[in-house]
Design a protein around this ligand. Structure first.
Ligand code: ZN
Length: 941
C-alpha cells in the first residue's frame, strides 16, 4: 500500500493538512477568481495553488545575492560567451540558420532572471530575443529554425520548442503582451495537425509534460477545444510514465516523471496523479539513496551504480526542482516543497562555483576531488571529464545553458495565490511578494529571514486597508515543533508536513512570526550499506575538506578550475553527538566554507582503507558499522551547498565488517592465449558468461581484488560490480565461469596460487578447480571455465595492474618514492609517507616474457638496479628505460593485492634496505627472505 491514499481526487496525508483538503471544505473556493488570477477552465480541474506572474516575488537577503551572482555570472552574460547565442546567427531569430536547445534553455532562465530581479538590461535583452523569436512564426504556425521541421526522421523535432514555450509564456505573464496567446494558438494548431509520431520520438517523447502545461495555460485564456484534444494526444502518444519508468536518463526522468500528474488536471484520474508519486519513489528508492535530493544518474541511472559518488547532472537538478514546484502547485501537497528546498539548498549551489563563473556537469553527494579528467575505470557512465568548474559551453553544452532557471524559478514559486483568494508561502527564504488577494486588492508581504540558515521567518503585511484573506504558511516535514504568532499572540500550528492557515482580517503592519526549530538529526541509508547523513532543518551537512583550487584553463573572468583535497576525508562517524553552532559566517552569502553560517562538530575516526582510486575518485561505500583503530578526532561539518568537496554519506564506526581496501584494478591475462578475462557483451547481468577477449581496454576487462580476510579473494568486475563465480555453484570440470551479485556463496571465493614464474593459478574455493579457458581456445569470446588443476598453460594467469598505482612497503605503509623528487638518471628510490606528491605514482608496462617495466608517472624513468648488479644490497634508482634485464620485474602474488617484485637479471627482490622504517630509507635488491620489507601492496595511484 502506498503511503498516501487518494480520495476523491484530493490527497489525504495522515497528520498533515493540505490546502486541497482545506479548500474542499471551504465555501470561499467558489469565488476563486475574485482576486483576478486566471484559474483552470473546465474540463480542467482546479490546481491547489495559482501561479503568480513572474515579478510578483522578489528575492531578498542571500537569495538576492545568488541572483546578483547570476546576473554577473554565466547565465546573465551568456550572450558574450556562448557561440550558440549570437542573435544574428541563430535559427531562433533567422529561420534559415540552424539551432537547437541552447537558445531556449538559456532564455528560459535568463528571462525569469530579469523578472525576479527587475534588472533593466536583462528585461530589455529578453524582449529583443522574444520579439525575434515571435517574428519567425511561419504561416502554418511553426517557429524557430526551419531545419527542425524535418530533422527527426524527416519529421519535426519539437523538443527545443518546449523550453522556449515556457520562456514565451513567462514573458506574456510579465508583460501582458497580446501577441503571445495568438502566437501559441497558431503553433499548437501546427502541432495538432502533425501525425501522432511527433509525440513519440527522441528527447521530446519523454518531456512533453513541459508542453502540456503551456497547452493548459493557453486553453485557460482562449477556451479553444482543440487544445484539449491536443493535450489528450500528447498524453496518449508520448512516453508512458503511468505504468512504469519509460527511461533511465537522468534529465528525462527529472523532467518527465511529473507528466501523469500534470495530465491529471485534465483527466481527473487519481491514478494519474498517483503515478507521478510512484515514479518519484521508484527513482529515489533505487538511485537516490544519499542526501541532497538528487539521484545517481551520471547520464543514465544504472543498476549497480547507486553509490553517493555517482553524480546528478546540473540539468537534472534544476529540472527536478521545476517538476517539484509544479507538482506542489497542482497537488497542494507540501512534500513537494520539501523536496524542492532539498535540491535548492544542498545540490544546486554545489553545482556552481560560488560566483557562478564556472559550472560542472555532475554533482555528487560524496566527491573528494573535482578533476578535469575522465574516470578511467568505468566509475561514471560518461567517458568525458565532468567535474571541473568551467564555462563548459561545448564540454557540457546543455547544463551551462539550462542551469539559469534554477534560482529564478525558485523565487517565482516561493509564493502562490490560493483559489480562496489568499496567498501561500510555499518555498521559504528571504523574499517579498506583491499580489492581489480578497477582492483583487494588492498587498505586499515581506519575509525577513536567514532561512534555511535561521529558524525564524518574520512576515510583515502591507495592505492599503483592512482586508480579510487567508494566509497559508508551509510547515516543512522535518519541523516537528513549529510555533506561530500573529502580532505576538500564539496561533495553533501542527507539525509538518502541513500548511498552517491564518484566516483573519489583516491590517497594515500586521506581523506574523513563524518559528521552525531545527535539530541535528541523522538519516540512515540502508540501501547504501547503512551509511549515515547529518541534517539540520532543510540543510544536509558535509565533512569540511580543505579545498585547493587550481586554475587549469579559461580566462581570469571565466576560469576553468580543478579542486583537490587539502585535508583528510576518509572519516567514519562515531555517532557521539552533534554540536551545532549558528550565527557564523555571512548569512547573506552563505554558500562558501568561510561564509557558512552554521557549522556542526562531531566525533569521527579515519578509515585508512577507504581510499581514492587512481583517478582521485572516492571509492564506493562499504558496510556500516565498520571498525577503526584510528584515534577519535573532532571533525567539522559544513552545509553541503557550501562545500565543493564533500562527504555527505558517512560510514558509521562500530563493530562490524572491516573496510576492505579495493586496491587497483587488474587485467587478468591468460598465459596460453594472451587474452584477458572479460564479461560477454559487457553485460551487467547476473550469470553473464565470463570469457577471454583481446585486451582492448573496455571496463569489463578490469577486476578488483577484494580481500576476504582468510586467504581468499573475490574478483569484482569494474564494469558490472559483480564478482567472479561458477555457474550454479557447479563442482564439475568445464563448468562455466560467470559473474554474479556479491552474495557470499563459496563459489565466489578464489585463491591465487603463485607459480613463481610471473603467473598464477586461480583456484575456486567451492570446487577446488582452477580458472581455465574452454578447450584451451585462443579465440576471442571463448568461455572461461573451471577445470582440474592439471598443469596446462591455459590454467596460468597474470595480474596486470591497471593505470597509475603506488607501491606500498608492507612493513611501514610508506610508498616507493624518488629522492628529492629528482628527475635525474641515477636518483635513488626510497620509501616515503604517501603525501600525494607526483613522484609516488607509477605504472606497469609490459616488457614481455611475463615481465614489466615499472615507470614513473612523474618523469617517465623506470625502476632500475644500479650497474646491472646482481649483488644483495645493490641500490635501486631510476633510469631511462633502455630495455635492460635490470629494468624488468616480475610480480609474484604473496597475498591479496600484495606482491614480491623480482628483478629479471638477478632473481632478487625489491626491498627497503635494512628493514628500515625511516622516511627516505633507500630501496635496494636482496635475495627473497619473505620479509615484510620485501613485500609491496599495489594501491591506487
Ligand atoms: Zn545538462
Amino acid at each position: 500500500m502506498h503511503r498516501r491514499s487518494f480520495l476523491a481526487g484530493s490527497i489525504a496525508i495522515p497528520a498533515a493538512a493540505t490546502v486541497a483538503d482545506m479548500l474542499a471544505a471551504s465555501p470561499a473556493a467558489a469565488a476563486a477568481a475574485a482576486s483576478g488570477y486566471v484559474v483552470n477552465r473546465a474540463p480542467l480541474r482546479a490546481d491547489a495553488f495559482l501561479r503568480l506572474p513572474p515579478g510578483s516575488v522578489q528575492p531578498r537577503g542571500w537569495l538576492a545575492t545568488q541572483l546578483g551572482y547570476q546576473l554577473d555570472g554565466i547565465n546573465g552574460r551568456m550572450t558574450e560567451i556562448s557561440h550558440f547565442l549570437q542573435f544574428d546567427n541563430t535559427g531562433w531569430t533567422n529561420p534559415n540558420i540552424g539551432g537547437w536547445e541552447e537558445v531556449p534553455y538559456w532564455l528560459k532562465g535568463f528571462s525569469s532572471l530579469g523578472y525576479v530581479t527587475g534588472d533593466s538590461r536583462v528585461i530589455a535583452e529578453t524582449k529583443r530575443w522574444i520579439d525575434g523569436v515571435l517574428a519567425t512564426q511561419a504561416s502554418d504556425g511553426f517557429f524557430g529554425p526551419s531545419a527542425l521541421r524535418t530533422s527527426l526522421n524527416n519529421g519535426p523535432d519539437l523538443w527545443p520548442h518546449m523550453p522556449m514555450l515556457h520562456a514565451i509564456r513567462s514573458y506574456a505573464e510579465f508583460t501582458g503582451d497580446g501577441r503571445v496567446v495568438p502566437f501559441l494558438t497558431k503553433f499548437f494548431q501546427y502541432v495538432n495537425g502533425r501525425s501522432t509520431g511527433v509525440f513519440s520520438q527522441s528527447w521530446g517523447s519523454y518531456r512533453w509534460a513541459d508542453t502540456l502545461e503551456v497547452v493548459f495555460w493557453t486553453y485557460n485564456r482562449t477556451g479553444d477545444a482543440f487544445l484539449i484534444d491536443l493535450a489528450r494526444k500528447i498524453h496518449a502518444n508520448s512516453a508512458n510514465y503511468v505504468d512504469d519508468l519509460p527511461t533511465l536518463h537522468n534529465v528525462n526522468l527529472a523532467q518527465g516523471f511529473r507528466e501523469p500528474a500534470v495530465y491529471s488536471v485534465l483527466s481527473g484520474d487519481p491514478a494519474h496523479r498517483q503515478a507521478s508519486y510512484h515514479d518519484y519513489d521508484s527513482i529515489m528508492s533505487a538511485y537516490g539513496q544519499f542526501p541532497g535530493g538528487g539521484f545517481a544518474g551520471d547520464e543514465n541511472a544504472r543498476p549497480g551504480f547507486g553509490d553517493p559518488r555517482q553524480g546528478f547532472e546540473t540539468c537534472g537538478i534544476v529540472e527536478f526542482m521545476a517538476s517539484h514546484e509544479m507538482l506542489g502547485r497542482i497537488t497542494g501537497d507540501p512534500v513537494w516543497a520539501d523536496r524542492t528546498e532539498d535540491l535548492a539548498f544542498n545540490s544546486l549551489p554545489a553545482a556552481l562555483d560560488p560566483r557562478q563563473r564556472g559550472i560542472h556537469y555532475i554533482t555528487s553527494a560524496n566527491s573528494i576531488a573535482l578533476r578535469d579528467r575522465a574516470g578511467s575505470q568505468g566509475q561514471f557512465q560518461n567517458g568525458f571529464p565532468m567535474q571541473a568548474y568551467m564555462l563548459g559551453i561545448d564540454n557540457y553544452r546543455c547544463c551551462p545553458h539550462n542551469y539559469g532557471m534554477g534560482w529564478p524559478y525558485y523565487v517565482e514559486e516561493m509564493w502562490a495565490a490560493t483559489p480562496d483568494n489568499g496567498l501561500v508561502a510555499q518555498l521559504h527564504g528571504p523574499s517579498q511578494v506583491t499580489a492581489r488577494v480578497a477582492d483583487g486588492t494588492a498587498v505586499t508581504i515581506a519575509a525577513d529571514t536567514a532561512y534555511p540558515f535561521g529558524d525564524t521567518v518574520t512576515y510583515t503585511v502591507r495592505t492599503p486597508r483592512s482586508l480579510a484573506f487567508p494566509l497559508y504558511l508551509r510547515i516543512p516535514g522535518w519541523a516537528t515543533t513549529p510555533a506561530l504568532t500573529v502580532n505576538g499572540a500564539a496561533v495553533a500550528v501542527t507539525a509538518g508536513p502541513a500548511y498552517a492557515k491564518i484566516d483573519r482580517t489583516w491590517t497594515d503592519g500586521d506581523r506574523v512570526l513563524l518559528r521552525l526549530p531545527m535539530q541535528a538529526r541523522t538519516r540512515t541509508w540502508a540501501r547504501n550499506h547503512n551509511a549515515v547523513s547529518v541534517d539540520f532543518g532543510a540543510l544536509t551537512f558535509a565533512l569540511a575538506i580543505t579545498e585547493n583550487w587550481t586554475r587549469t584553463g579559461g580566462t581570469d573572468t571565466w576560469p576553468t578550475s580543478e579542486v583537490r583535497p587539502g585535508s583528510p576525508w576518509n572519516y567514519g562517524l562515531t555517532m557521539g553527538g552533534f554540536a551545532v553552532t549558528t550565527g557564523l559566517g555571512d548569512a547573506t552569502d552563505p554558500f562558501t566554507p568561510a561564509n557558512a553560517p552554521i557549522r556542526i562538530t562531531t566525533a569521527a575516526r579515519r578509515i585508512p582503507n577507504w581510499m581514492a582510486d587512481s583517478d582521485q575518485i572516492v571509492t564506493p561505500l562499504q558496510d556500516s558499522p565498520t571498525p577503526s583503530a584510528e584515534p577519535e578526532e573532532t571533525v567539522t561539518l559544513l552545509p553541503m551547498g557550501a562545500a565543493r568537496l564533500r562527504i555527505t554519506a558517512f560510514p558509521r564506526i562500530g563493530d562490524g565488517r572491516p573496510w576492505v581496501p579495493l586496491g587497483v584494478a587488474f587485467r587478468i591475462q591468460n598465459r596460453h592465449s594472451g587474452k584477458v578475462l572479460g564479461v560477454d557483451q559487457m553485460s551487467t547481468a547476473d550469470s553473464a558468461r565470463v570469457v577471454q577477449f583481446a585486451d582492448n581496454g573496455t571496463a569489463d576487462h578490469l577486476w578488483q581484488v577484494v580481500d576476504n580476510g582468510d586467504g581468499y579473494v573475490r574478483l569484482r568486475n569494474v564494469n558490472s560490480g559483480k564478482v567472479l563465480a561458477v555457474s550454479d555453484m557447479s563442482t564439475a570440470d568445464s563448468a562455466q565461469v560467470v559473474q554474479f551479485a556479491d552474495n557470499g556463496t563459496a563459489d565466489h571465493l578464489w585463491q591465487v596460487v603463485d607459480n613463481g614464474d610471473g603467473y598464477a593459478r586461480i583456484r575456486n574455493k567451492n570446487s577446488g578447480k582452477v580458472l581455465a579457458v574452454s578447450g584451451m581456445s585462443t579465440a576471442d569470446s571463448a568461455n572461461a571455465v573451471q577445470f582440474a588443476d592439471n598443469g596446462t598453460a591455459d590454467h596460468d594467469w597474470r595480474l596486470i595492474p591497471e593505470g597509475t598505482v603506488k607501491l606500498q612497503a608492507t612493513h611501514t605503509g610508506k610508498v616507493l618514492a624518488i629522492q628529492d623528487m629528482s628527475r635525474d638518471n641515477g636518483a635513488q628510490l626510497t620509501q616515503w609517507p604517501a603525501t600525494g606528491t607526483a613522484d609516488h605514482v607509477w605504472r606497469f608496462s609490459d616488457a614481455g616474457a611475463g615481465y614489466f617495466r615499472i615507470l614513473s608517472a612523474y618523469d617517465g624513468k623506470c625502476v632500475d638496479v644500479d650497474g646491472v648488479s646482481t649483488a644483495d644490497g645493490a641500490r635501486v634508482h631510476q633510469w631511462d628505460y633502455v630495455g635492460g634485464a635490470n629494468q624488468q620485474w616480475r610480480l609474484g602474488w604473496t597475498g591479496p593485492g600484495v606482491f614480491r617484485i623480482t628483478a629479471r637479471h638477478s632473481g632478487k627482490v625489491l626491498e627497503v634496505s635494512g628493514q628500515s622504517t625511516a622516511d627516505g630509507a633507500p630501496v635496494t635488491q636482496w635475495a627473497d627472505l619473505g620479509l615484510a620489507n620485501q613485500r609491496w601492496r599495489i594501491i591506487p595511484g
